[in-house]
Design a protein. Sequence first.
Length: 169
Amino acid sequence: MGAAAADQDDRDASDATVERLRQALDDVAQRHLRLCADLDGFLRRSAQEREAARRAGQRAALLPVLPVLDTLERALAAGASDPGFYEGVAEIQRLFARALREAGAETVQSVGRPFDPRVHEAVATLPSDGVDPGTVAREVRRGWRIGDEVLRSAQVVVASHPERAQPWP
């Protein structure tokens, strides 16, 4: 075998080695891209799960407080003969409401607005001439939300068509 043939064999071997190394590099690059995509998906899912857990914790912490606030509001509506006692209860109610707002909760607006089953729970209807049918006429229990999520639906009385008197037969 001549020197030219040996050089050609060396070049062929080098070309094969270079091709194998390129293929290995392409495989590693593809694997790297897949791992990066997997990591991005994992980070996105982890962030979503953390946010869901935060909202669930917030909900679990705030829901038990709402009946306390309801009771304070009923006590204020009933009134008291002792002005100092009444002002004390009013201050506690204000503190509870402020704490809820600072925790991210806000009240659901109801009275005078159209009934919305996503945020309102109708507990009664009331025939009314002065209010359009389907409008919330009165709030029985205040509703609360955290962002777009309803923490507790508002219990409301919804205006209906006025009942017409039927003549006696």
